[in-house]
Design a protein around this ligand. Sequence first.
Ligand SMILES: [Zn+2]
Length: 261
Amino acid sequence: MAKYQSMNPWLIAAPAVAAGFASFTAYGAVHARAQLFGPTLVYSNQPDKLALTFDDGPNPAITPKLLDLLDRHQAKATFFLIGKYVRPFPALAKEIAARGHLLGNHTDSHPNLFFCGPAETRDELRRCTDAIHQAAWLEPRWFRPPFGFRSPWLGEIVARQRMQTVMWTLIPGDWRAKSLDWLIARMQPIADHARKQASPGTGARTPLRGEILCLHDGDFRQPGGDRTRTLAALEFWLPRWRDAGLEFVTITQAAGKAGEA
Ligand SMILES: [Zn+2]
């Protein structure tokens, strides 16, 4: 029963509490904009700055091609790495940083943190940071929870490890077995948003917020995951987003008082 005991007690208690409270807890655990479980960066602080983020790498099958693609478009991005993939490919993790991108922490083994107790959560974050430090001699300052799931103690653990949690404004679902056209269409809101920001005036005042886009250059279930559609969709969108007036920045560049809560 050790597994059950290490589960989130809020979840164990859920059947005993009112349905309203249970759904409130679930809202805080998964909703990208919820601040219930600690301060979280949820959008870029400037409408013309798009923060590109890539989870679940490094991945030797995809990441080098992605780095070349980003270079061709003068784009800087943030890579939320998994510790178990950093250890076998330390040179690749180091190269991502050497080419001007930011390394973030995405846990060591990609568990759903809603089911992890405090000790296991601390360990997952620490082991990922250790792997990144050994590979690239730097410590990540940004953390993204796997699946976007948070727990009541995650905020404090992230803060104690001198990191801040980052969610997203758009997660198109590039891991799904869908066509390239489908994925390209799922990323359309960024161009629409940029165009709206560029020509305000009609109707309600648009908030001065930019996007944080969540894509994947790896697959947490298996090494060497195929993300060629993600590359192709970026190949399509990067020049168009540039034409729409967007600049591609890291999470640190996107962060600021306006984007924090
Ligand atoms: Zn992930």
